[in-house]
Design a protein around this ligand. Sequence first.
Ligand SMILES: [Fe+2]
Length: 372
Amino acid sequence: MIGPCWHGRRSIYPHRSPMREARPFFHQRDSQDARLDMSSSSIAPLDPARVARIEAFGGRIAPLDPIGAEVFGIDLSLKEPPPEVVEALEQEMAHRGFLVFRNERQLEPEDFLRASCWWGGRALHSTHGIHPATPGGNQHIFRLSNDRRYGIPGVGPQWHNDGSFNAATFSHAGYHIVRPAEKGGGTYYAHQGAAHDALPEERREFWSRLSSVNSNTGVVHPAVHEHPVSGRRSLWLHLGMTGAVIEKLPDAEGFRLLDADELKRLCHQYNDVLNAGLRNGYAIAYEYQERDCIFIDNLAVAHRAAPEAHLPPEKQGLRIMHRSTVRGVEDFTPGHGLPLYLDIHGPSPLGDGVWQAGGIGFRWDDGIPMQN
Ligand SMILES: [Fe+2]
């Protein structure tokens, strides 16, 4: 077990408002058109002041197209960079979704875990099972593979954010590719702020009144939130662990549950708007290069495994990845006066509608693989 992540740190999340910045990339629309907005201009470019801080430290950052950024010259196995450099990196992660660190040599598992604690809640928060092949049996490494002898297979084929079953969720997650498959099999990442902006205005209003209930813990999360670092309004929904969605009534006090047809439509809309990012400039099908280490802002981007990631090793080559998860900074609380938890395992407190406990929760499409 490692223990480098528990000492006091500064935080760029002292509370929600100070780090909000001007958002020139926001755009206004008044369309009532039910189609998705096809704008591709809604991802913030790198901030020159932050780039300069990273370069002054000897690093280099370059945007990936259309989201994310790659970082060179910052060795994750060395001690943590000065606070202003970590802050610059963390803010770019919040705006662009994720950072890929291009490592010149393979990271040791302890180095990967230590670097994970540069971000967000500054401590590991590990809730997963431990595969027998995990180095040292380290409880903080979630070891994934397309071969069950080497890691846990089949995880995360649907759009999701890690740790949605927690009150705070995870602030960040790390993905260290130990062995990329020869024929590929990466991860899709979608920017949830840009996805929010891509919804037609009347749908954004509807989404802003929704909250999801986790099918396993009953924790309630907002379907639209303001990102704590970028300030950007962003969508949030787990497509493989949602047991109910609550609508705040538009013209009255009170709430109702979405029924099965409404929840199916909602999940499909979310799936569609994130997938559309692959064509419209706010999602990426990322293929790992040797030694890549990715850190994501888990409140800024949703992700899912590429279908190829789960193809058998005989067909695709062996893939092994280590994941780390970082403690959330603050509870991810629902609005509208809703409690942080509801008893999803008991009877519905809100009358008719989908109220489904356990496992993957509400199955909104029989043809889409779902696994947590
Ligand atoms: Fe995940």
